[in-house]
Every structure is written in structure tokens, then in C-alpha cells.
Design a protein around this ligand. Structure first.
Ligand SMILES: [Zn+2]
Length: 245
């Protein structure tokens, strides 16, 4: 079943289209590789198109955005463990915690004890705060029949039930390199998303140069095409500075 993300979103959500071009091989590891679907950077849609799952992009992007935000001077919690993330901040000293108690981290609609959430949590969410950005899967619109002969698909097995997961195929062997396949999807910015979310995410995206477990066994190298709307827009980029300075 395909879920149309746009139907889940409020009408005022803003979307940005992104495209990844795969520069090298398309693969996921040798035959007989184990691991869950989450380890597979490429699967197929029900109509057999190649697909990079949204979860692959979102996890990596959060990590890149955390690094960028820290570099810019924002206090950022430690993901992915819930107790070291906002609002708990286990392991942070009192003075480090005080850095988080700032006006631009305060969400007044939340109860006192969990009112403060760092910039990254306000964008990507945490166990007590919903994410304000949603990602669609990235889909390759090239006719799957033209790729079928060079790729060898496998089926994801559900280990507890010993049955194939429906409609989820992945590849057992490396495809020929240099196909320059393009994968396109959307990022949806929900209302309430911090102003700095868009420049931070688009900058972070360009720090993802490869997907997959390791660069030799994974999906390989890729580059991104994102909208030019932010270029030379000082007002947008200045939102990335703490305090909007
Ligand atoms: Zn946080």
C-alpha cells in the first residue's frame, strides 16, 4: 500500500523537492546478506520502481544537522537515546542544561517539566515531541523494466513468521556502476517548524555523500539537487544563527 504523505499533512505544510543522483553502484551487499529491511538502502515500490526509504534519509540527516547546529553554537541534545535527549538531558551538567532553557527553545503549549526542546528536536522530534518535518521515500522513475536485467532482486524475509514481507524487494548483487539513476522525493515542513529548519536541512543534505552501511558495501556515492530558493538569501541563512544575530 502506498501512503500519500501529503494527505496526512495539513494544507499549510510547505514541501521541497529533492533529488539524489547515484554516482556509483547501486547495491546493498553480497548474496545471503542478513539484516532487517532497515539496513537496506534500496527497496522497490509495489510497482517495482527502485526506492530509497525515507527512514534512510531522515536518520542520516538528523545526524548531519546535529553537527552543523553544534558548529553554529546551538545547544543540542544527544540522540538517539531518549534519556539523553530533550527534555530529559541525562548526563548534562546543570550549566549545560541552563543553555537549553532559552526563549527560542521554549514551547509554551507543553507542560512545565518538558517545555524546552533544542533546535534539532523541534525539527526532527523526540519521544515526547512530534517531528515537524516529514520525508517521502525517494523514488526512481526510470522504467523498472530497463533495469531488471542488470539487477537481481531479493525478497525481505520476516524471520519470526518465515514469510516474505509484501512488496519489499532488495538487491543481492551490485548493479553496473555509472547508471546515474535519479531518485526524487519531497520534504514536508509542517506549520510550527523553526524558521531555520529549511536552510539547516538543505545544508545537511549536501553532507550526505553516500548511503548504506559502508561506502564499499553500501549504496554508494551520490549527490543532491535541491531548490535554489535559498541561495543568496541572507534573511533565510541568518535564521541559522543562534538568536538570529
Ligand atoms: Zn533535543
Amino acid at each position: 500500500m502506498t501512503i500519500d504523505l501529503s494527505q496526512l499533512l495539513s494544507r499549510s505544510a510547505e514541501s521541497v523537492q529533492i533529488t539524489a543522483t547515484i554516482n556509483t553502484a547501486l547495491c546493498v551487499g553480497a548474496g545471503g546478506s542478513t539484516g532487517s529491511l532497515a539496513d537496506k538502502p534500496i527497496v522497490r515500490t509495489a510497482d517495482k520502481k527502485l526506492l530509497i526509504p525515507a527512514s534512510q534519509i531522515k536518520g542520516r540527516l538528523r545526524h548531519e544537522c546535529e553537527k552543523l547546529a553544534r558548529g553554529l553554537g546551538w545547544p543540542v541534545c544527544e540522540s538517539p537515546k531518549a534519556d539523553t535527549m530533550c527534555p530529559q538531558l541525562a548526563g548534562f551538567t546543570e550549566s549545560q542544561k541552563n543553555d537549553f532553557y532559552r526563549e527560542d527553545y521554549r514551547l509554551p503549549e507543553y507542560p512545565d517539566e518538558r517545555q524546552y526542546h533544542c533546535l534539532i528536536c523541534q525539527i526532527f522530534g523526540n519521544p515526547t515531541l512530534p517531528s515537524r518535518v516529514l520525508f517521502s521515500d525517494l523514488i526512481c522513475n526510470q522504467d523498472p523494466d530497463t533495469l531488471a536485467e542488470v539487477l537481481r532482486p531479493g525478497v525481505t524475509i520476516n524471520r519470526s513468521r518465515q514469510t516474505a514481507e509484501d512488496q519489499k524487494l532488495y538487491f543481492l548483487e551490485t548493479s553496473p556502476a555509472n547508471l546515474q539513476l535519479k531518485f526524487t522525493g519531497e520534504i514536508y515542513f509542517q506549520p510550527g517548524c523553526p524558521e531555520s529548519a529549511k536552510p539547516l536541512i538543505l545544508a545537511g543534505l549536501h553532507h550526505i555523500n553516500a548511503l548504506g552501511g559502508s561506502k564499499s558495501a553500501g549504496l554508494g556515492w551520490l549527490c543532491w539537487k535541491t531548490p535554489d530558493l535559498l541561495r543568496d538569501n541572507y534573511a533565510v541563512w541568518s535564521a541559522l544563527l543562534p538568536g538570529g544575530a
